[in-house]
Design a protein around this ligand. Sequence first.
Ligand SMILES: [Zn+2]
Length: 509
Amino acid sequence: MTTTIVRGRQVICRVTGKDSAEVIEDGAVVVQDGVIIEVGKFDELLERYQPDEIIGTSRHVVIPGLINAHHHVGLTPFQLGSLDMPLETWIIARWALREVDPYLDTLWCAIQMIESGITTVQHNHMASRLPQNLDLFEASSQVLDAYKASGMRVAFSIFIRDQNNLVYENDQRFLSTLPSQLAARTRERLSARPVPLEEYLSSTAELHARRSSPRTNIFVSPHNVHWCSDEMLVAMSDLARRLGTGLHIHLQETIYQRMYGTRHWNKTPLAHLAELGTLGPEVSCAHGVWLSESDLDILSETQTSVCTNPSSNLRLKSGIAPFNRLLERGVNVAIGIDEAGINDDNDILQEMRLAQKIHREPGVSSSHPTSHDILRLATENAARVTFFDDVGIIEPGKRADLVLIDTDRIEEPYLNPDTDIVDALIYRGKGLDVDTVMVDGEVLLRDKKFLKADKSEVATRLRESLSRELTDREANGARLSEEILPYINGWFSEWELESGMSHYSYNLR
Ligand SMILES: [Zn+2]
């Protein structure tokens, strides 16, 4: 049996309220075989245990491992050549992007995330960006193998859709408006790697049954309400419930998606999901930018979670989620980077800071999230979303997913000593301050150095893998997206944007 004492000037065990947290000054966490067995004062614990190792110093703050509750891939679309665009055109512009080795891409990204203090991720993978020559199970295994090599915890899902692939209407109807050559080539691309619902359901069930690591959960993921037929939504919901696992779905990310609901069901997409009986505590919705008042009630009543992604919503012109309203209704909200952090670098501490700042509504008595609210998003709330109920807080019996943050830069050259430590981290912390990261008591990062693989070697292999000539599929994808984008743009530009109640008033007219 190995005993480790993890110590810090402060141990932040958990958030207890809007402005409060359980914090132990000069504290320590005793870890035995991956489990937290006691939390208390460092001096007292040192007297009673003979640790094999002491990790941390009085310069460090110990926090629960951070959880990125909505994420996709490693190399960002920008790194692969795409500027930010509105979501509806950006998705088509992605056809131009290189196809990246899923194992190396995931491992690279996991290292980046671990360096910023992330110990668990909800990874949501697009079926069409998996290798075309492998079946769904084999292709998914490459991503899962990379997480296993990194040591990170992952709630993994593949998302699929079966309609409205180009614009928010029937594919054939839209294709019939295109020049015939362009329509034929687009049709060919859409049919290149179909994932029939039956294959999806059986592969997901197989992945779930054959999970080889307790650090892995397998989720079910319809892409978004308007992209999935009712048959698909219901079948996936049934599967998630049968497996006792989570269902993750993008939801009302843009105004067009909400308007699709009005046009097709005369209600919001979320209300449509509620009518289908597919909401509940096992469901988490990414984005939720365009939620109506009644949507907030539905989320609260069904105990459905929301994963908010402020950087992504700014970058893709999606808008600002009604975050304060969600908190007021008691909705479980987690936070994700969505592969599109504000600095394009997967730093969750910066994403947390952006979430705090962007929801500061004008007016002395208006709402704003506290630092404690924000820390809770990335710990306890996100643990619930990812179905890892034994992480997210530091207390005896929980798994030892711990992060040590170096306070030197944060406090340099002076920080008022009365500053609450949670405020200090959320106002000034960055990924580069993260010193040590452990999952299940296993040290993955020490002295800011990743231990499970040679980071520079992973970078070299990834760079080399992309030094090859473009494949036909990549070259065709680039040409096709360039040619079809004006038509996609034209189709959406004909929508007169719905006006309605806005949740925030940043600049009153
Ligand atoms: Zn996403």
